[in-house]
Design a protein around this ligand. Sequence first.
Ligand SMILES: CCCCCC/C=C/C(=O)SCCNC(=O)CCNC(=O)[C@H](O)C(C)(C)COP(=O)(O)OP(=O)(O)OC[C@H]1O[C@@H](n2cnc3c(N)ncnc32)[C@H](O)[C@@H]1OP(=O)(O)O
Length: 399
Amino acid sequence: MASPALTFGRRLCWRPLCEIRRAPAVCIPTVHLHVTAATMQVSQKDFEKAQEQLKHLKKDPGNETKLKLYALFKQATEGPCNAPKPGMMDFVKKAKWDAWNSLGNLSQDDARQKYAELVSSLVSAEPAVQKEEASPEEGRHDGYETIIVTTKNNITKIMFNRPDKKNAINHKMYREIIRALQEAGKDDSTIAVITGNGDYYSSGNDLNNFTNVQPSEMKKMAEDGAVLLKEFVGVFIDFPKPLIAVVNGPAVGIPVTVLGLCDVIYASDRATFHTPFSQLGQSPEGCSSYLFPKIMGFAKANEFLLFNKKLTAAEACAQGLVTEVFPDSTFQKEVWARLEAYANLPKNSLAVSKQLLRSVEKEKLYAVNSEECEVLKERWLSDECINAIVNFFQKKAKL
Ligand SMILES: CCCCCC/C=C/C(=O)SCCNC(=O)CCNC(=O)[C@H](O)C(C)(C)COP(=O)(O)OP(=O)(O)OC[C@H]1O[C@@H](n2cnc3c(N)ncnc32)[C@H](O)[C@@H]1OP(=O)(O)O
């Protein structure tokens, strides 16, 4: 039952918004007779203006909102849903149909009005968080698409850069982080920093990594995933100089587990820490099955790793996972001032000291990493995991 469902994920890369954007003004039908000419003009003008504004939104409004926009647009231009109901397994079409159908007999005027109001609320909501400019930046390394890598003031900064996807880590991003860490380990910088662009640190493994997989390719997908994961965690284990995590916002899954392999972790008070592995039918990785009980004790690690307990930054700090928490309003300023001072310390002394602190554990960490990847390889083929991924995308597709 599970395999066909796995193929639908990427199709959630929505057409509705494009349809809405492309929808020409001529689609708009004649308005109802009870509306006066003046209101009719305003309403239609607002509707057209809203369509125009939608084209210029910087932030993707997300599937739920796109569904609402789609439904309201269809209602406004065609009236109540008149299309045949799609099949159960056609998740995207079904979600769109459900959304439109749920508007019942809402009048076309009201639909236009609601559409314009929704677009207006989206326009005024953006952009809440300052994002890194895509313009050339001092010390920027070339050749990365999913991360921004810069070296300045003896610090190599690796910034997750898929803010619209909450910095979810797709396969390309795993590979780019691996390369960036390998290069940062060898470059002239004294310390390296990992952080996120936008409101999230990272929402973890991109669940699309598991979609569009044919049944015959499932085993290979799991094997390749385990190889990539082992290499990814391996570069953290082997990183030769101080590695600092600047956790600017919520963190979910693998970016949390590898914090145990980072040397200092600074968090904004907006950050949260969550490892929903059992919820996803998966199991811990990033050496967290070994390091987290050491860091926070079994009692706390079990709740965190087994039962999906989400920690606030203050809780994570109290449990030893985080070094220090800063108010979000001064987070960047305070943290970077401190890091710049640290990066002026003698580079070689820092590197050998870090290696002394970590070397006793290395063989153990390699073994733990291998074992965790083996277990996950099996988990990814389990019904529990497949169903959890399907649930995630089904939830997204609902209004
Ligand atoms: C080589 C393989 C190695 C695998 C290693 C094993 C790793 C395990 C893990 O990391 S487990 C953790 C996996 N992550 C999650 O389960 C998080 C899933 N995401 C969410 O629950 C939510 O998106 C959220 C709580 C992070 C944020 O919620 P909200 O604020 O409501 O925002 P949206 O959900 O609308 O998100 C915006 C946009 O981003 C997409 N997105 C966010 N996170 C992920 C993700 N992990 N995978 C795929 N896509 C993600 C989300 O779908 C929205 O996209 P849209 O605008 O709808 O296209």
